[in-house]
Write a protein that binds this ligand. Structure first.
Ligand code: M6R
Length: 608
Protein backbone atom coordinates (compact mmCIF):
# COMPACT_ATOMS: atom_id res chain seq x y z
CA UNK A 1 0.00 0.00 0.00
CA UNK A 2 2.31 2.72 -1.32
CA UNK A 3 6.08 2.70 -1.16
CA UNK A 4 7.98 5.64 0.22
CA UNK A 5 11.66 6.58 -0.14
CA UNK A 6 13.71 9.55 1.03
CA UNK A 7 17.42 10.20 0.47
CA UNK A 8 19.73 12.92 1.70
CA UNK A 9 23.49 12.76 1.20
CA UNK A 10 26.23 13.54 -1.27
CA UNK A 11 25.10 11.46 -4.23
CA UNK A 12 22.54 12.01 -6.97
CA UNK A 13 19.25 11.66 -5.12
CA UNK A 14 17.16 10.81 -8.15
CA UNK A 15 19.00 7.60 -9.00
CA UNK A 16 18.84 6.36 -5.38
CA UNK A 17 15.20 7.38 -4.94
CA UNK A 18 14.14 5.73 -8.21
CA UNK A 19 16.18 2.60 -7.41
CA UNK A 20 14.45 2.48 -4.02
CA UNK A 21 11.03 2.93 -5.63
CA UNK A 22 11.76 0.08 -8.01
CA UNK A 23 12.34 -2.17 -5.00
CA UNK A 24 9.16 -0.91 -3.36
CA UNK A 25 6.98 -1.04 -6.44
CA UNK A 26 5.46 -4.28 -5.14
CA UNK A 27 3.68 -2.12 -2.52
CA UNK A 28 1.64 -0.27 -5.13
CA UNK A 29 2.12 0.54 -8.75
CA UNK A 30 -0.66 2.71 -10.13
CA UNK A 31 1.32 5.96 -10.16
CA UNK A 32 4.65 7.32 -8.98
CA UNK A 33 6.29 10.65 -8.28
CA UNK A 34 9.33 12.44 -6.85
CA UNK A 35 10.17 15.81 -5.30
CA UNK A 36 13.80 16.86 -5.09
CA UNK A 37 15.29 19.88 -3.38
CA UNK A 38 17.70 21.87 -5.48
CA UNK A 39 19.69 24.23 -3.28
CA UNK A 40 18.77 26.93 -0.78
CA UNK A 41 15.50 28.51 -1.77
CA UNK A 42 15.39 27.10 -5.31
CA UNK A 43 12.00 25.66 -6.26
CA UNK A 44 11.40 21.97 -5.74
CA UNK A 45 11.84 19.72 -8.74
CA UNK A 46 8.64 17.70 -8.95
CA UNK A 47 7.48 15.07 -11.41
CA UNK A 48 4.64 12.57 -11.09
CA UNK A 49 2.94 10.23 -13.49
CA UNK A 50 0.01 7.81 -13.54
CA UNK A 51 0.95 4.21 -14.28
CA UNK A 52 4.01 2.22 -13.39
CA UNK A 53 7.36 3.62 -12.35
CA UNK A 54 8.64 3.37 -15.92
CA UNK A 55 6.26 6.20 -16.89
CA UNK A 56 7.80 8.45 -14.28
CA UNK A 57 11.33 7.51 -15.28
CA UNK A 58 10.57 8.39 -18.89
CA UNK A 59 9.41 11.84 -17.80
CA UNK A 60 12.49 12.72 -15.73
CA UNK A 61 14.86 15.23 -17.33
CA UNK A 62 18.59 15.70 -16.71
CA UNK A 63 17.91 18.61 -14.32
CA UNK A 64 16.85 16.05 -11.73
CA UNK A 65 20.29 14.46 -11.58
CA UNK A 66 21.91 17.47 -9.83
CA UNK A 67 19.99 17.24 -6.58
CA UNK A 68 21.32 15.35 -3.55
CA UNK A 69 18.15 15.21 -1.48
CA UNK A 70 14.59 14.18 -2.21
CA UNK A 71 11.59 11.93 -1.72
CA UNK A 72 9.72 9.48 -3.95
CA UNK A 73 6.45 7.58 -3.86
CA UNK A 74 4.84 4.65 -5.62
CA UNK A 75 1.09 4.56 -5.08
CA UNK A 76 -1.77 2.12 -4.49
CA UNK A 77 -4.81 4.35 -4.85
CA UNK A 78 -7.31 4.72 -2.03
CA UNK A 79 -8.76 8.25 -2.29
CA UNK A 80 -8.88 9.40 -5.90
CA UNK A 81 -8.13 7.30 -8.98
CA UNK A 82 -4.68 6.66 -10.42
CA UNK A 83 -4.12 9.95 -12.29
CA UNK A 84 -1.18 12.33 -12.63
CA UNK A 85 -2.83 14.85 -10.32
CA UNK A 86 -3.64 12.29 -7.62
CA UNK A 87 -0.11 10.87 -7.74
CA UNK A 88 2.18 11.91 -4.89
CA UNK A 89 4.00 14.17 -3.95
CA UNK A 90 1.41 16.80 -3.09
CA UNK A 91 2.52 20.39 -2.78
CA UNK A 92 1.75 23.38 -0.61
CA UNK A 93 0.16 26.38 -2.32
CA UNK A 94 3.52 28.19 -2.63
CA UNK A 95 5.13 25.05 -4.09
CA UNK A 96 7.88 25.11 -1.46
CA UNK A 97 6.80 22.04 0.46
CA UNK A 98 6.14 18.53 -0.83
CA UNK A 99 4.68 15.60 1.05
CA UNK A 100 4.22 11.89 0.31
CA UNK A 101 1.99 9.57 2.27
CA UNK A 102 1.21 5.90 2.83
CA UNK A 103 -2.04 5.16 4.68
CA UNK A 104 -5.37 6.90 5.06
CA UNK A 105 -6.13 10.23 6.73
CA UNK A 106 -9.57 9.42 8.06
CA UNK A 107 -10.53 13.00 9.02
CA UNK A 108 -9.37 14.55 5.75
CA UNK A 109 -12.83 15.85 4.80
CA UNK A 110 -13.16 18.05 7.87
CA UNK A 111 -9.52 19.13 7.54
CA UNK A 112 -10.11 20.01 3.90
CA UNK A 113 -13.20 22.07 4.74
CA UNK A 114 -11.20 24.13 7.23
CA UNK A 115 -8.36 24.58 4.75
CA UNK A 116 -10.74 25.64 2.00
CA UNK A 117 -12.20 28.27 4.34
CA UNK A 118 -8.67 29.56 4.88
CA UNK A 119 -8.27 29.97 1.12
CA UNK A 120 -6.18 26.91 0.24
CA UNK A 121 -6.74 25.47 -3.22
CA UNK A 122 -6.88 21.75 -3.92
CA UNK A 123 -5.74 20.07 -7.11
CA UNK A 124 -6.35 16.40 -6.32
CA UNK A 125 -9.01 14.12 -4.87
CA UNK A 126 -6.62 12.64 -2.32
CA UNK A 127 -6.72 12.66 1.47
CA UNK A 128 -3.01 13.52 1.41
CA UNK A 129 -3.23 16.98 -0.10
CA UNK A 130 -4.74 18.34 3.12
CA UNK A 131 -1.52 17.36 4.90
CA UNK A 132 0.57 19.42 2.48
CA UNK A 133 -1.49 22.55 3.25
CA UNK A 134 -1.61 21.86 6.98
CA UNK A 135 2.16 21.40 7.05
CA UNK A 136 2.81 24.57 5.13
CA UNK A 137 0.65 26.59 7.56
CA UNK A 138 2.38 24.88 10.50
CA UNK A 139 5.83 25.65 9.06
CA UNK A 140 4.86 29.32 8.93
CA UNK A 141 3.53 29.17 12.52
CA UNK A 142 6.73 27.53 13.79
CA UNK A 143 9.13 30.00 12.22
CA UNK A 144 10.16 27.67 9.40
CA UNK A 145 10.76 24.53 11.49
CA UNK A 146 9.53 21.56 9.45
CA UNK A 147 10.03 19.05 12.30
CA UNK A 148 7.91 21.05 14.76
CA UNK A 149 5.35 21.56 12.02
CA UNK A 150 5.21 17.80 11.42
CA UNK A 151 4.69 17.07 15.13
CA UNK A 152 1.87 19.57 15.34
CA UNK A 153 0.17 18.33 12.20
CA UNK A 154 0.39 14.67 13.27
CA UNK A 155 -1.58 15.57 16.39
CA UNK A 156 -4.44 16.72 14.17
CA UNK A 157 -4.50 13.64 11.95
CA UNK A 158 -6.69 10.59 12.45
CA UNK A 159 -6.00 7.29 10.71
CA UNK A 160 -2.81 5.70 9.52
CA UNK A 161 0.15 7.36 7.93
CA UNK A 162 3.74 7.34 7.02
CA UNK A 163 4.58 10.86 5.90
CA UNK A 164 7.76 12.28 4.40
CA UNK A 165 8.12 15.99 3.72
CA UNK A 166 10.75 18.25 2.19
CA UNK A 167 10.88 22.05 2.06
CA UNK A 168 12.89 24.04 -0.44
CA UNK A 169 14.15 26.43 2.27
CA UNK A 170 15.96 23.52 4.03
CA UNK A 171 17.09 21.39 1.13
CA UNK A 172 19.14 18.82 3.07
CA UNK A 173 16.42 17.97 5.59
CA UNK A 174 13.78 15.28 5.23
CA UNK A 175 11.19 14.94 7.96
CA UNK A 176 9.22 11.73 8.41
CA UNK A 177 6.48 10.55 10.75
CA UNK A 178 4.59 7.34 11.27
CA UNK A 179 1.40 6.01 12.84
CA UNK A 180 0.21 2.48 12.00
CA UNK A 181 2.17 2.43 8.74
CA UNK A 182 5.80 1.41 8.31
CA UNK A 183 8.87 3.67 8.17
CA UNK A 184 12.49 2.61 8.66
CA UNK A 185 15.67 4.66 8.65
CA UNK A 186 18.72 3.52 6.67
CA UNK A 187 21.86 4.70 8.42
CA UNK A 188 24.61 5.56 5.95
CA UNK A 189 27.99 7.26 6.01
CA UNK A 190 27.44 10.90 5.09
CA UNK A 191 24.01 9.94 3.79
CA UNK A 192 20.76 8.68 5.27
CA UNK A 193 17.61 7.06 3.95
CA UNK A 194 13.97 6.79 4.92
CA UNK A 195 11.79 4.08 3.42
CA UNK A 196 8.76 1.87 3.83
CA UNK A 197 11.07 -1.11 4.09
CA UNK A 198 14.76 -1.85 4.07
CA UNK A 199 14.84 -3.27 0.54
CA UNK A 200 14.77 0.34 -0.72
CA UNK A 201 18.28 1.06 0.63
CA UNK A 202 19.84 -2.40 1.10
CA UNK A 203 22.33 -1.72 -1.73
CA UNK A 204 23.70 1.27 0.21
CA UNK A 205 23.59 0.27 3.87
CA UNK A 206 22.74 -2.68 6.11
CA UNK A 207 22.21 -0.55 9.20
CA UNK A 208 18.59 0.28 9.99
CA UNK A 209 16.65 1.96 12.77
CA UNK A 210 13.20 0.95 13.90
CA UNK A 211 10.71 3.75 14.42
CA UNK A 212 7.84 3.42 16.86
CA UNK A 213 4.28 4.64 16.85
CA UNK A 214 3.77 8.42 16.64
CA UNK A 215 7.44 9.17 16.17
CA UNK A 216 8.91 11.91 14.03
CA UNK A 217 12.34 11.60 12.43
CA UNK A 218 14.52 14.36 11.03
CA UNK A 219 17.36 13.28 8.76
CA UNK A 220 20.19 15.24 7.19
CA UNK A 221 23.26 13.70 5.50
CA UNK A 222 25.07 13.52 8.87
CA UNK A 223 22.36 13.35 11.51
CA UNK A 224 19.26 11.44 12.53
CA UNK A 225 16.99 12.78 15.23
CA UNK A 226 13.94 10.88 16.46
CA UNK A 227 11.38 12.56 18.72
CA UNK A 228 7.89 11.83 19.97
CA UNK A 229 4.98 14.14 19.19
CA UNK A 230 5.86 16.27 22.24
CA UNK A 231 9.41 16.77 20.98
CA UNK A 232 11.09 14.46 23.54
CA UNK A 233 14.24 12.96 22.06
CA UNK A 234 14.11 9.16 21.69
CA UNK A 235 16.78 6.52 21.14
CA UNK A 236 15.62 4.22 18.36
CA UNK A 237 16.80 0.61 18.21
CA UNK A 238 19.39 -0.10 15.52
CA UNK A 239 19.61 -3.49 13.81
CA UNK A 240 21.59 -5.04 11.03
CA UNK A 241 19.85 -6.30 7.92
CA UNK A 242 20.86 -9.94 7.56
CA UNK A 243 20.20 -10.47 3.84
CA UNK A 244 21.98 -8.81 0.95
CA UNK A 245 20.94 -6.81 -2.09
CA UNK A 246 20.99 -9.90 -4.34
CA UNK A 247 18.11 -11.35 -2.32
CA UNK A 248 15.95 -8.46 -3.48
CA UNK A 249 16.86 -8.95 -7.17
CA UNK A 250 15.33 -11.38 -9.65
CA UNK A 251 18.67 -13.17 -10.08
CA UNK A 252 18.06 -14.55 -13.57
CA UNK A 253 14.45 -15.61 -12.98
CA UNK A 254 11.74 -14.22 -15.25
CA UNK A 255 9.72 -13.07 -12.24
CA UNK A 256 10.16 -12.60 -8.51
CA UNK A 257 7.36 -15.08 -7.96
CA UNK A 258 9.19 -17.83 -9.82
CA UNK A 259 12.40 -17.04 -7.96
CA UNK A 260 10.54 -17.16 -4.67
CA UNK A 261 8.87 -20.48 -5.55
CA UNK A 262 12.34 -21.91 -6.19
CA UNK A 263 13.70 -20.40 -2.99
CA UNK A 264 11.22 -22.42 -0.93
CA UNK A 265 13.52 -25.34 -0.06
CA UNK A 266 16.10 -22.90 1.34
CA UNK A 267 13.46 -20.78 3.07
CA UNK A 268 12.18 -23.92 4.85
CA UNK A 269 15.72 -24.99 5.83
CA UNK A 270 16.53 -21.54 7.14
CA UNK A 271 13.33 -21.43 9.18
CA UNK A 272 14.07 -24.87 10.67
CA UNK A 273 17.77 -24.19 11.23
CA UNK A 274 18.82 -24.60 14.85
CA UNK A 275 15.23 -25.01 15.94
CA UNK A 276 14.72 -28.76 15.65
CA UNK A 277 16.87 -31.88 15.62
CA UNK A 278 16.30 -35.45 14.42
CA UNK A 279 14.76 -36.42 17.75
CA UNK A 280 12.01 -33.87 17.17
CA UNK A 281 13.09 -31.69 20.07
CA UNK A 282 12.29 -28.07 19.33
CA UNK A 283 14.31 -25.06 20.53
CA UNK A 284 12.33 -21.86 20.43
CA UNK A 285 13.84 -19.61 23.11
CA UNK A 286 11.65 -16.82 21.72
CA UNK A 287 8.75 -18.46 23.52
CA UNK A 288 10.39 -18.07 26.94
CA UNK A 289 8.93 -14.58 26.96
CA UNK A 290 5.45 -16.06 27.05
CA UNK A 291 3.87 -17.78 29.97
CA UNK A 292 2.51 -20.71 27.98
CA UNK A 293 -0.26 -21.66 30.37
CA UNK A 294 -2.65 -21.84 27.45
CA UNK A 295 -6.15 -23.23 27.31
CA UNK A 296 -7.07 -21.95 23.89
CA UNK A 297 -5.22 -20.66 20.86
CA UNK A 298 -6.67 -18.16 18.45
CA UNK A 299 -4.89 -17.52 15.16
CA UNK A 300 -5.58 -14.23 13.37
CA UNK A 301 -4.36 -13.45 9.87
CA UNK A 302 -5.39 -12.43 6.35
CA UNK A 303 -5.24 -13.96 2.89
CA UNK A 304 -2.54 -16.53 2.43
CA UNK A 305 -1.33 -16.08 6.02
CA UNK A 306 -4.87 -17.02 7.12
CA UNK A 307 -4.54 -20.23 5.13
CA UNK A 308 -1.27 -20.94 6.95
CA UNK A 309 -3.24 -20.60 10.19
CA UNK A 310 -5.96 -22.97 8.97
CA UNK A 311 -3.30 -25.53 8.10
CA UNK A 312 -1.37 -25.08 11.37
CA UNK A 313 -4.53 -25.62 13.41
CA UNK A 314 -4.57 -29.33 12.50
CA UNK A 315 -1.07 -29.93 13.90
CA UNK A 316 -1.66 -27.78 16.98
CA UNK A 317 -4.84 -29.59 17.96
CA UNK A 318 -3.71 -33.07 16.95
CA UNK A 319 -0.36 -32.92 18.72
CA UNK A 320 -1.04 -30.65 21.69
CA UNK A 321 -4.74 -31.33 22.27
CA UNK A 322 -5.20 -27.60 22.87
CA UNK A 323 -8.23 -26.03 21.20
CA UNK A 324 -7.25 -23.79 18.31
CA UNK A 325 -9.47 -21.47 16.29
CA UNK A 326 -8.49 -19.51 13.22
CA UNK A 327 -10.18 -16.31 12.22
CA UNK A 328 -9.88 -13.67 9.55
CA UNK A 329 -8.22 -10.72 11.25
CA UNK A 330 -10.44 -8.31 9.33
CA UNK A 331 -13.57 -9.80 10.93
CA UNK A 332 -12.29 -10.44 14.43
CA UNK A 333 -12.74 -7.21 16.31
CA UNK A 334 -16.11 -6.33 14.84
CA UNK A 335 -17.91 -9.32 16.35
CA UNK A 336 -17.09 -8.45 19.99
CA UNK A 337 -15.09 -11.65 20.62
CA UNK A 338 -14.73 -13.25 24.04
CA UNK A 339 -11.17 -14.11 25.09
CA UNK A 340 -10.26 -15.78 28.35
CA UNK A 341 -6.99 -14.81 30.10
CA UNK A 342 -5.64 -18.20 29.07
CA UNK A 343 -6.13 -17.54 25.36
CA UNK A 344 -2.95 -17.18 23.34
CA UNK A 345 -3.45 -15.10 20.21
CA UNK A 346 -1.12 -15.87 17.31
CA UNK A 347 -0.96 -13.38 14.46
CA UNK A 348 0.65 -14.45 11.20
CA UNK A 349 1.95 -11.89 8.75
CA UNK A 350 4.71 -11.87 6.15
CA UNK A 351 5.01 -8.10 6.14
CA UNK A 352 4.21 -7.50 9.79
CA UNK A 353 2.32 -4.42 8.63
CA UNK A 354 -1.08 -5.71 7.48
CA UNK A 355 -3.51 -3.25 9.02
CA UNK A 356 -6.35 -5.74 9.57
CA UNK A 357 -4.00 -8.05 11.44
CA UNK A 358 -2.42 -5.24 13.42
CA UNK A 359 -5.80 -3.91 14.52
CA UNK A 360 -6.95 -7.41 15.49
CA UNK A 361 -3.76 -7.86 17.53
CA UNK A 362 -4.30 -4.58 19.35
CA UNK A 363 -7.89 -5.48 20.07
CA UNK A 364 -6.93 -8.93 21.39
CA UNK A 365 -4.29 -7.37 23.62
CA UNK A 366 -6.79 -4.84 24.91
CA UNK A 367 -8.91 -7.81 25.99
CA UNK A 368 -5.98 -9.17 27.99
CA UNK A 369 -4.73 -11.88 25.63
CA UNK A 370 -1.05 -12.77 25.32
CA UNK A 371 0.18 -12.37 21.77
CA UNK A 372 2.67 -14.31 19.72
CA UNK A 373 3.42 -13.30 16.15
CA UNK A 374 4.82 -15.31 13.28
CA UNK A 375 6.45 -12.84 10.95
CA UNK A 376 8.99 -12.58 8.14
CA UNK A 377 9.91 -8.90 8.47
CA UNK A 378 12.30 -7.95 11.21
CA UNK A 379 11.29 -4.97 13.31
CA UNK A 380 7.91 -4.49 11.65
CA UNK A 381 4.93 -3.29 13.65
CA UNK A 382 3.12 -6.56 14.41
CA UNK A 383 6.10 -8.33 16.05
CA UNK A 384 7.04 -5.11 17.84
CA UNK A 385 3.61 -5.01 19.44
CA UNK A 386 3.51 -8.73 20.31
CA UNK A 387 4.75 -10.37 23.50
CA UNK A 388 6.92 -12.79 21.54
CA UNK A 389 7.75 -13.49 17.91
CA UNK A 390 8.84 -16.49 15.88
CA UNK A 391 10.55 -15.03 12.85
CA UNK A 392 10.32 -17.04 9.65
CA UNK A 393 13.56 -16.87 7.70
CA UNK A 394 12.15 -16.67 4.20
CA UNK A 395 14.19 -13.65 3.11
CA UNK A 396 12.51 -10.81 1.25
CA UNK A 397 9.32 -11.74 -0.58
CA UNK A 398 8.80 -9.22 -3.37
CA UNK A 399 6.13 -10.79 -5.60
CA UNK A 400 2.64 -9.77 -4.54
CA UNK A 401 1.55 -13.41 -4.51
CA UNK A 402 2.82 -15.00 -1.35
CA UNK A 403 4.66 -18.32 -1.78
CA UNK A 404 7.74 -18.92 0.36
CA UNK A 405 6.23 -16.85 3.16
CA UNK A 406 3.32 -19.30 3.35
CA UNK A 407 5.47 -22.42 3.54
CA UNK A 408 7.69 -20.93 6.23
CA UNK A 409 4.64 -19.77 8.21
CA UNK A 410 3.33 -23.34 8.18
CA UNK A 411 6.76 -24.58 9.30
CA UNK A 412 6.77 -22.06 12.17
CA UNK A 413 3.33 -23.30 13.23
CA UNK A 414 4.54 -26.90 13.14
CA UNK A 415 7.52 -25.98 15.32
CA UNK A 416 5.24 -24.15 17.71
CA UNK A 417 2.85 -27.13 17.82
CA UNK A 418 5.71 -29.51 18.61
CA UNK A 419 7.01 -27.17 21.30
CA UNK A 420 3.58 -27.29 22.96
CA UNK A 421 3.34 -31.05 22.62
CA UNK A 422 6.70 -32.30 23.80
CA UNK A 423 5.15 -34.07 26.81
CA UNK A 424 2.15 -35.33 24.87
CA UNK A 425 3.88 -37.05 21.97
CA UNK A 426 5.94 -40.22 22.36
CA UNK A 427 9.68 -39.98 21.65
CA UNK A 428 9.19 -42.11 18.53
CA UNK A 429 6.41 -39.83 17.23
CA UNK A 430 8.56 -36.77 17.92
CA UNK A 431 11.46 -38.35 16.08
CA UNK A 432 9.28 -39.30 13.12
CA UNK A 433 7.87 -35.79 12.80
CA UNK A 434 11.29 -34.18 13.34
CA UNK A 435 12.79 -36.26 10.55
CA UNK A 436 9.90 -35.54 8.23
CA UNK A 437 10.23 -31.79 8.84
CA UNK A 438 13.95 -31.93 8.14
CA UNK A 439 13.30 -33.85 4.91
CA UNK A 440 10.85 -31.27 3.56
CA UNK A 441 13.37 -29.03 1.74
CA UNK A 442 14.55 -31.86 -0.47
CA UNK A 443 10.98 -33.06 -1.05
CA UNK A 444 9.93 -29.58 -2.18
CA UNK A 445 12.95 -29.62 -4.50
CA UNK A 446 11.66 -32.86 -6.00
CA UNK A 447 8.32 -31.20 -6.74
CA UNK A 448 10.10 -28.28 -8.39
CA UNK A 449 11.97 -30.68 -10.65
CA UNK A 450 8.62 -31.48 -12.31
CA UNK A 451 8.02 -27.88 -13.38
CA UNK A 452 8.15 -28.65 -17.12
CA UNK A 453 5.41 -31.25 -16.77
CA UNK A 454 3.32 -28.81 -14.69
CA UNK A 455 3.81 -26.16 -17.36
CA UNK A 456 2.68 -28.53 -20.09
CA UNK A 457 -0.36 -29.61 -18.09
CA UNK A 458 -1.39 -26.01 -17.36
CA UNK A 459 -1.49 -25.24 -21.10
CA UNK A 460 -4.35 -27.70 -21.44
CA UNK A 461 -6.51 -25.57 -19.14
CA UNK A 462 -5.72 -22.16 -20.59
CA UNK A 463 -9.26 -21.53 -21.82
CA UNK A 464 -11.06 -22.69 -18.70
CA UNK A 465 -13.43 -20.11 -17.24
CA UNK A 466 -13.48 -21.54 -13.75
CA UNK A 467 -11.30 -23.93 -11.75
CA UNK A 468 -12.41 -25.70 -8.59
CA UNK A 469 -10.04 -26.98 -5.90
CA UNK A 470 -11.03 -29.84 -3.66
CA UNK A 471 -9.50 -31.09 -0.42
CA UNK A 472 -10.27 -32.59 2.94
CA UNK A 473 -8.54 -32.20 6.31
CA UNK A 474 -5.30 -30.20 5.68
CA UNK A 475 -6.08 -30.54 1.99
CA UNK A 476 -9.04 -28.19 2.42
CA UNK A 477 -7.07 -25.04 3.36
CA UNK A 478 -4.54 -26.10 0.71
CA UNK A 479 -7.41 -26.02 -1.79
CA UNK A 480 -8.39 -22.54 -0.57
CA UNK A 481 -4.83 -21.39 -1.15
CA UNK A 482 -4.72 -22.91 -4.65
CA UNK A 483 -7.89 -21.00 -5.52
CA UNK A 484 -6.63 -17.72 -4.06
CA UNK A 485 -3.41 -17.95 -6.07
CA UNK A 486 -5.32 -18.57 -9.29
CA UNK A 487 -7.71 -15.69 -8.66
CA UNK A 488 -5.06 -13.13 -7.85
CA UNK A 489 -2.69 -14.08 -10.66
CA UNK A 490 -4.79 -15.49 -13.51
CA UNK A 491 -7.93 -13.40 -12.80
CA UNK A 492 -10.01 -16.57 -13.16
CA UNK A 493 -12.96 -17.71 -11.16
CA UNK A 494 -11.57 -20.25 -8.73
CA UNK A 495 -12.92 -21.69 -5.51
CA UNK A 496 -11.68 -24.11 -2.92
CA UNK A 497 -14.09 -26.56 -1.33
CA UNK A 498 -14.00 -29.17 1.39
CA UNK A 499 -14.73 -32.49 -0.30
CA UNK A 500 -17.56 -33.27 2.09
CA UNK A 501 -19.28 -29.99 1.36
CA UNK A 502 -19.69 -30.61 -2.37
CA UNK A 503 -23.04 -32.32 -2.00
CA UNK A 504 -24.33 -29.39 0.05
CA UNK A 505 -24.33 -27.07 -2.95
CA UNK A 506 -21.08 -26.57 -4.87
CA UNK A 507 -21.47 -29.73 -6.94
CA UNK A 508 -24.06 -27.81 -8.96
CA UNK A 509 -21.15 -25.84 -10.46
CA UNK A 510 -19.73 -28.91 -12.16
CA UNK A 511 -20.44 -29.25 -15.86
CA UNK A 512 -18.79 -31.04 -18.74
CA UNK A 513 -15.10 -30.16 -18.74
CA UNK A 514 -14.93 -28.16 -15.47
CA UNK A 515 -11.36 -28.49 -14.19
CA UNK A 516 -11.20 -29.80 -10.62
CA UNK A 517 -7.85 -29.95 -8.85
CA UNK A 518 -8.16 -32.48 -6.05
CA UNK A 519 -5.64 -33.00 -3.28
CA UNK A 520 -5.51 -36.64 -2.31
CA UNK A 521 -4.80 -37.54 1.33
CA UNK A 522 -2.01 -40.10 1.78
CA UNK A 523 -2.53 -43.84 2.19
CA UNK A 524 -3.52 -44.57 5.77
CA UNK A 525 -5.46 -41.34 6.15
CA UNK A 526 -8.94 -41.91 7.53
CA UNK A 527 -10.43 -39.60 4.91
CA UNK A 528 -8.69 -41.08 1.88
CA UNK A 529 -11.61 -43.24 0.80
CA UNK A 530 -14.08 -40.42 1.33
CA UNK A 531 -11.98 -38.10 -0.81
CA UNK A 532 -11.80 -40.80 -3.50
CA UNK A 533 -15.62 -40.88 -3.48
CA UNK A 534 -15.82 -37.09 -3.79
CA UNK A 535 -13.56 -37.28 -6.83
CA UNK A 536 -15.79 -39.91 -8.37
CA UNK A 537 -18.83 -37.69 -7.74
CA UNK A 538 -17.40 -34.78 -9.74
CA UNK A 539 -15.93 -37.09 -12.39
CA UNK A 540 -19.39 -38.60 -12.94
CA UNK A 541 -20.69 -35.10 -13.69
CA UNK A 542 -18.11 -34.38 -16.37
CA UNK A 543 -15.27 -32.72 -14.42
CA UNK A 544 -11.72 -32.93 -15.72
CA UNK A 545 -9.71 -34.15 -12.73
CA UNK A 546 -6.19 -33.07 -11.88
CA UNK A 547 -5.06 -35.10 -8.92
CA UNK A 548 -2.28 -34.05 -6.56
CA UNK A 549 -1.26 -37.35 -5.02
CA UNK A 550 1.76 -38.92 -3.44
CA UNK A 551 3.55 -41.89 -4.91
CA UNK A 552 1.85 -44.40 -2.62
CA UNK A 553 -1.43 -44.08 -4.46
CA UNK A 554 -2.52 -46.01 -7.50
CA UNK A 555 -4.80 -43.83 -9.60
CA UNK A 556 -7.17 -44.67 -12.39
CA UNK A 557 -9.81 -41.96 -12.62
CA UNK A 558 -7.75 -38.78 -13.02
CA UNK A 559 -7.17 -36.94 -16.29
CA UNK A 560 -3.84 -35.66 -14.96
CA UNK A 561 -1.82 -36.73 -11.96
CA UNK A 562 0.68 -34.49 -10.23
CA UNK A 563 2.94 -36.79 -8.26
CA UNK A 564 4.43 -35.42 -5.05
CA UNK A 565 6.70 -37.16 -2.51
CA UNK A 566 5.18 -38.91 0.49
CA UNK A 567 5.30 -37.22 3.87
CA UNK A 568 3.50 -37.06 7.22
CA UNK A 569 -0.18 -36.27 6.65
CA UNK A 570 -0.07 -33.05 8.71
CA UNK A 571 2.95 -31.79 6.76
CA UNK A 572 1.47 -32.59 3.36
CA UNK A 573 0.39 -28.99 2.49
CA UNK A 574 4.06 -27.96 2.39
CA UNK A 575 4.44 -30.27 -0.57
CA UNK A 576 1.02 -30.28 -2.22
CA UNK A 577 0.66 -26.48 -2.37
CA UNK A 578 3.81 -26.08 -4.48
CA UNK A 579 2.29 -27.42 -7.74
CA UNK A 580 -0.76 -25.20 -7.14
CA UNK A 581 1.55 -22.16 -6.97
CA UNK A 582 3.20 -23.21 -10.23
CA UNK A 583 -0.20 -23.80 -11.86
CA UNK A 584 -1.33 -20.25 -10.99
CA UNK A 585 2.00 -18.77 -12.11
CA UNK A 586 1.91 -20.55 -15.47
CA UNK A 587 -1.76 -19.74 -16.01
CA UNK A 588 -1.07 -16.04 -15.39
CA UNK A 589 1.72 -16.13 -17.97
CA UNK A 590 -0.48 -17.91 -20.51
CA UNK A 591 -3.07 -15.19 -20.05
CA UNK A 592 -0.53 -12.41 -20.46
CA UNK A 593 -0.92 -11.10 -16.91
CA UNK A 594 1.67 -9.25 -14.88
CA UNK A 595 2.71 -12.00 -12.48
CA UNK A 596 4.63 -9.93 -9.94
CA UNK A 597 2.22 -7.02 -9.93
CA UNK A 598 -1.30 -8.36 -10.46
CA UNK A 599 -4.03 -5.83 -11.11
CA UNK A 600 -5.68 -3.98 -8.20
CA UNK A 601 -3.40 -5.58 -5.60
CA UNK A 602 -0.48 -4.53 -3.46
CA UNK A 603 1.89 -6.60 -1.39
CA UNK A 604 1.52 -4.92 1.94
CA UNK A 605 -2.06 -4.03 2.81
CA UNK A 606 -1.74 -1.15 5.24
CA UNK A 607 -5.34 0.02 5.06
CA UNK A 608 -8.37 -1.62 6.65
O1 M6R B 1 1.87 -9.49 4.92
P1 M6R B 1 0.75 -10.41 5.31
O2 M6R B 1 1.23 -11.84 5.40
O3 M6R B 1 0.04 -9.99 6.54
O4 M6R B 1 -0.28 -10.34 4.11
C1 M6R B 1 -1.52 -10.98 4.20
C2 M6R B 1 -2.21 -11.04 2.85
O5 M6R B 1 -2.44 -9.75 2.37
C3 M6R B 1 -1.37 -11.80 1.82
O6 M6R B 1 -1.07 -13.10 2.25
C4 M6R B 1 -2.12 -11.88 0.48
O7 M6R B 1 -3.27 -12.65 0.62
C5 M6R B 1 -1.21 -12.46 -0.62
N1 M6R B 1 -1.07 -11.49 -1.67
C6 M6R B 1 -1.74 -13.66 -1.26
O8 M6R B 1 -0.83 -14.19 -2.19
Amino acid sequence: MCGIVGYTGGKSAISLVVAGLRRLEYRGYDSAGVALTDGQGAPLLVEKRAGKLANLEAALTSTFSQSTSGIGHTRWATHGGPTDSNAHPHLSGDGKLAVIHNGIIENYIELKEELLKKGHKFYSETDTESVAHLLSDAVADSGGDLATAMRNVCKKLKGSFTLLAVHSDNPEIIVGARRNSPLVVGVGDGENFLASDVSAFISSTKRALELGQDEVVVVTPNSILVVDLEGNVLTPKEYEITWDAAAAERGGFAHFMLKEIFEQPKAISDTLLGRIDETGVVRLPELDLLNLDVERILILACGTAYHAGLIGKYAIETWSQIACDVELASEFRYRRPVLSPKTLVITISQSGETMDTLMALRYAKSLGAKALSICNTHGSTIPRESDAVIYTHGGPEIAVASTKALLTQIIALHLFALHLSVKKLSPSDLEKIGNELLALPSKVEQVLETIEALREMTRGFKDATSVLFLGRHVGFPSALEGALKLKELAYMHAEGFAGGELKHGPIALIEEGTPVIAIMPPVGSEIREKMASNIQEVKARGARIILVADTSIDIASADHVIRVPETHELLQPIISIVPLQVFAYEMALLRGNDVDQPRNLAKSVTVE
